[in-house]
Design a binder for this molecule. Structure first.
Ligand code: HEC
Length: 150
């Protein structure tokens, strides 16, 4: 076996090892949620006080919102439910991109309310179903290079 093949096998074994560690999300699957119920949970829990949802201005009508962190819309990478669930139950793990730190966090901690003792698991599942459906996958156009001639 060549050194190259050998190191490839070793690398994939290491990577697989990382994915399957005790803290890995391997095997984590949410049941299907009800997006319509999730939309109601979104307003009932005042998520709309800090978040607007792409294409749904009605969610912010009639009051003065505290913050404007947009959820949904075009992304280059689909938001997996793993990411969405984590953003809700552990907002500070990774702060939303495209904002000034001081607009979304205080001393590295997300300004987002902690809902862990408030949301039921069913509400979380429905919320994630609602939010996931608001993202629209838009892949980067591939760069095409002209033929190269001397
Ligand atoms: C007090 C304001 C506030 C409330 C209320 C709030 N959030 Fe947030 N949320 C934030 C801020 C600020 C961020 C950006 C920083 C971060 O990523 O944690 C954020 C980030 C997020 C993100 C990640 C966005 C991204 O692009 O990475 C999701 C998803 C989210 N919130 C969902 C919710 C849901 C669902 C609710 C209601 C249950 C909610 N938020 C309520 C302030 C809030």
């Amino acid at each position: 076996m060549s050194i190259r093949t050998c190191s490839l096998i070793l690398m994939s074994a290491l990577l697989a090892g990382c994915n399957m560690g005790p803290k890995s999300s391997y095997g984590f699957t949410l049941p299907d949620g009800d997006a319509a119920v999730g939309k109601d949970v979104f307003t009932a829990m005042s998520c709309n006080g800090c978040h607007s949802v792409a294409g749904m201005p009605e969610l912010r009508e009639g009051f003065d919102p505290e913050l404007k962190v947009v959820l949904g819309g075009k992304t280059t990478r689909i938001k997996s439910y793993g990411e969405l669930v984590t953003s809700i139950i552990n907002p500070s793990h990774k702060l939303a991109r495209g904002y000034k730190d001081e607009d979304v966090s205080i001393e590295g901690m997300s300004k987002m309310t902690n809902y862990n003792d408030v949301l039921t698991v069913s509400e979380l599942i429905d919320l994630v179903a609602f939010l996931q459906a608001q993202y629209e996958l838009e892949l980067h156009p591939r760069t095409t290079y002209p033929p190269y001639t001397y």
